[in-house]
Write a protein that binds this ligand. Structure first.
Ligand code: BGC
Length: 732
């Protein structure tokens, strides 16, 4: 407490008179206020209404004047006040293009879930900085990136866009990505606020979850991402929460986001997620996006009329505009404006290296009985399936990034949105050929008998299996599609030296697991994914990814074995009962129910071994409990370990929570020590009535682990009662 007061005093001292004057000259609040005062009512209304920016003949819509073609959105600027237009592009893995015969060809990061699998905050920042730069150089100043919805269901078709199932991991990784994007003087958009945790019937799904459970799960992920990344905007979601749509939800937009967390930016809708004028405006929505999606213009003439009729106050409109302007000033959109399409100047080779580094840290080695890295004794290697001869798979929908030269496998998957599938021209096979003297033979895997024959005549087989994920659709179950389980069974029967390489958007079951020698999860590995995979498989890179999501053994282990809203039709509203698991999402649910998953959260093997030791509590500060420990590389090759700290207390939603993590690179024999501060909110319970986080007095288990089920050291720490305000600041 004394330490806390000292901090406060020193920050007061810094604000001496001259410093304050300079601060005011650059203060985004002051600048926003001054611009607002000079605006006419029509100019204000212009700023809170956004358009789609792609030809859409089915809605009789043309790209607005000044909009960038084939892009997500456009909000006209006000040149007399030096307020630039907002040129909006998707999304979290790079500069996307809406469906077009001439898409922008840009660098794609691995999927969001893959970046979460790195557990590497620096890489998340660098990836964000790279795609933000490409966005800027493509003429965009708003990137619709930063998806942090928790993976409540392993079938969610958008899990690949998000950061996994744990609030700390997802919030940290996505927050760093946002920070990286905004380092380019553009705005990034935290989305989809909130509980947009499945695609099935998403606009007809009413999510139910109690306040305390909400704040300790999905909302905590958003809160951490917001604190780390300081996004200029937040995108409200399609679904309904406690009876109100995400984009007209006073509890979420005004109470939680703006009042409790102190968000000073603006809330934009998802495309077509506006449902009203008066209710939406008064709930805290600041900008309708993507007109004509949703079919109705709610925020220009209708909003003007609602203000004139006294249904929405002038102060509310001014607040919308002020927030919008503030985000633009704070992020440099006026001081360092984007200058059109400069994409020819991009160094795509350099950018691809950043994506590759991300993929190399993201690939998870799930099983290895000595088959990997590929040894010299394998003289004849068969590669089967997954188009591994030409490329790697990517996730579909509005976040789709197109590669240089276009998809290397044309016309696969649905022709209409979110298809067709896009395969990046980075061939794992070519990468392996370049790194081994073995004779490599490829088969598509379509003919099971031919695949088995090929497997039999080779020393080792790499089977590539894929599962496409895309916006607008969930997986129907956890099974690999297109009979690929049968392919793997047939190959493994013919040759026990079978390595399975997965490129999936979601967890899958592996009925053949006992029959294969190794399994690698590569997610959607991005622009240079084939190269990254080849380096990991041949041992040039030691795998260091750890699962950011539990791989269930079967659907009946889930809180909702059947997805809600599956029989969707008409206007019927379905309930997604998130109160079943509450805040016990993912591994917390599995722990609580005592269920054994196929692979647990936090799990990942390496080509080396690590030892963890010296785990001790160092201090308790207002920022949290500080733990110290050491990790030693006890094997023969350099590698990276993800040290995970879990905490356990009483009266929680589940036996344990992730409290902190660190990724450490170690040469053989090397030992490094690390310190991790555990955010007090992760050791507390939230009380909705007082809006406080309380760490109860008592003993806490603090566990040092290599996976959620692999605890290496544990200590008991006694803590006295501490109360923190809703933003996690020590109150008493
Ligand atoms: C998606 C958003 C995206 C928007 C604009 C919507 O369908 O849900 O994530 O930013 O489209 O393309």
């Amino acid at each position: 407490m004394r330490f806390y007061r000292a901090l406060l005093l020193s920050s007061v001292a810094i604000l001496s008179a001259p410093a304050l004057a300079i601060a005011q000259a650059t203060d985004p609040d002051v600048r926003a206020e001054s611009a607002l005062k000079q605006m006419t009512q029509d100019e204000k209304l212009q700023l809170v209404f956004g358009y789609f920016s792609t030809e859409a003949p089915w809605m009789s819509f043309h790209v607005p004047v000044g909009g960038l073609p084939d892009s997500a959105g456009f909000v006209p600027g006000i040149s007399r006040l030096n307020i630039p237009p907002q040129w909006e592009t998707d999304a979290g893995i790079g500069v996307a293009t809406q469906r077009s015969p001439t898409p922008r060809e840009r660098t794609a990061l691995p999927s969001g879930l893959a970046t979460a699998a790195t557990w590497n905050a620096d890489l998340a920042f660098q990836g964000g900085a790279m795609i933000g730069h490409e966005a800027r150089m493509s003429g965009f100043n708003v990137m619709l990136a930063g998806g942090v919805n928790l993976a409540r269901d392993p079938r969610n078709g958008r899990n690949f866009e998000y950061g996994g199932e744990d609030p700390l991991l997802a919030g940290t990784i996505v927050g760093q990505q946002i920070k990286g994007i905004q380092s380019n003087h553009i705005i990034s958009t935290l989305k989809h606020f909130a509980f947009n945790d499945q695609s099935t019937s998403q606009d007809h799904l009413n999510s139910h979850i109690g306040d305390a459970a909400a704040r300790t799960s999905d909302l905590l992920a958003f809160q951490i991402a917001y604190e780390v990344g300081d996004p200029g905007s937040v995108m409200c979601s399609y679904n309904i929460i406690h009876g109100d749509y995400g984009c007209e939800n006073t509890w979420l937009l005004s109470d939680v986001l703006k009042t409790d967390w102190g968000f000073k930016g603006y809330v934009m809708t998802d495309w077509g997620a506006t449902h009203s004028t008066v209710k939406a405006a008064n709930s805290g929505l600041d900008q309708q996006s993507g007109y004509p999606f949703g079919g109705q213009n709610y925020f220009s003439a209708p909003l003007k009329a609602a203000i004139a009729a006294g249904q929405v106050s002038q102060a509310r409109l001014d607040d919308m505009v002020r927030r919008n302007l503030r985000a633009m000033y704070a992020n440099g959109l006026m001081d360092d404006p984007v200058s059109g399409d400069q994409a020819a100047k991009l160094d795509l080779t350099k950018d691809a290296q950043i994506s590759q580094a991300d993929a190399e840290d993201a690939i998870v080695l799930l099983k290895n009985e000595g088959l990997l890295p590929l040894t010299k004794s394998a003289k004849r290697i068969a590669i089967i399936g997954g188009h591994a001869d030409v490329g790697v798979l990517s996730g579909g929908g509005s976040s789709q990034v197109y590669p240089l030269g276009g998809s290397v496998v044309p016309n696969e998957g649905p022709d209409a949105f979110p298809g067709p599938m896009v395969w990046y021209p980075s061939s794992p096979m070519k990468g392996i050929v370049a790194r081994t003297s073995a004779k490599i033979t490829f088969a598509s895997g379509k003919d099971l008998k031919a695949a088995a024959r090929l497997a039999k005549s080779n020393d080792l087989v790499l089977v590539f299996a894929t599962q496409w994920s895309a916006e607008g659709m969930d997986q129907s179950d956890l099974t690999l599609p297109k009979n690929q389980d049968a392919l793997i069974e047939a190959v493994a029967k013919a040759n026990k030296n079978t390595v399975v390489v997965l490129e999936t958007g979601d967890p899958v079951t592996m009925p053949w697991l006992d029959k294969v020698g190794a399994v690698v999860e590569a997610w959607f590995p991005g622009t240079n994914g084939g190269e990254a995979l080849a380096r990991v498989l041949t041992g040039e890179v030691n795998p260091s990814g750890h699962l950011p999501i539990t791989f269930p053994a079967s659907l009946d282990q889930l809180p909702r074995p059947a997805l809600d809203g599956g029989a969707h039709g008409g206007d019927k509203i379905y309930i997604a009962n998130y109160d079943i698991e509450g805040a016990a999402v993912g591994y917390k649910w599995f722990d609580k129910q005592n269920l054994k998953p196929l692979f647990p959260f936090g799990y990942g093997l390496s080509y080396t071994t690590f030892e963890m030791s010296d785990f001790i509590p160092e201090d308790v500060t207002p920022q949290g409990l500080i733990m110290r420990f050491s990790v030693k590389n006890t094997g023969a090759v350099t590698g990276k370990e993800v040290a995970q700290i879990y905490v356990s207390g009483t009266g929680w939603e589940a036996p344990k929570r992730l409290g902190g993590f660190a990724k450490l690179e170690l040469a053989p024999g090397e030992t490094k020590s690390a310190r991790i501060t555990i955010d007090p909110r992760l050791m507390a319970t939230f009380d909705p009535s007082s809006k406080t986080w309380t760490v109860a007095e008592g003993d806490y288990g603090v566990l040092l682990a290599a996976a959620s089920d692999d605890v290496r050291q544990s200590v008991k720490v006694h803590l006295s009662k501490m109360v923190f305000d809703v933003r996690g600041r020590l109150a008493r």
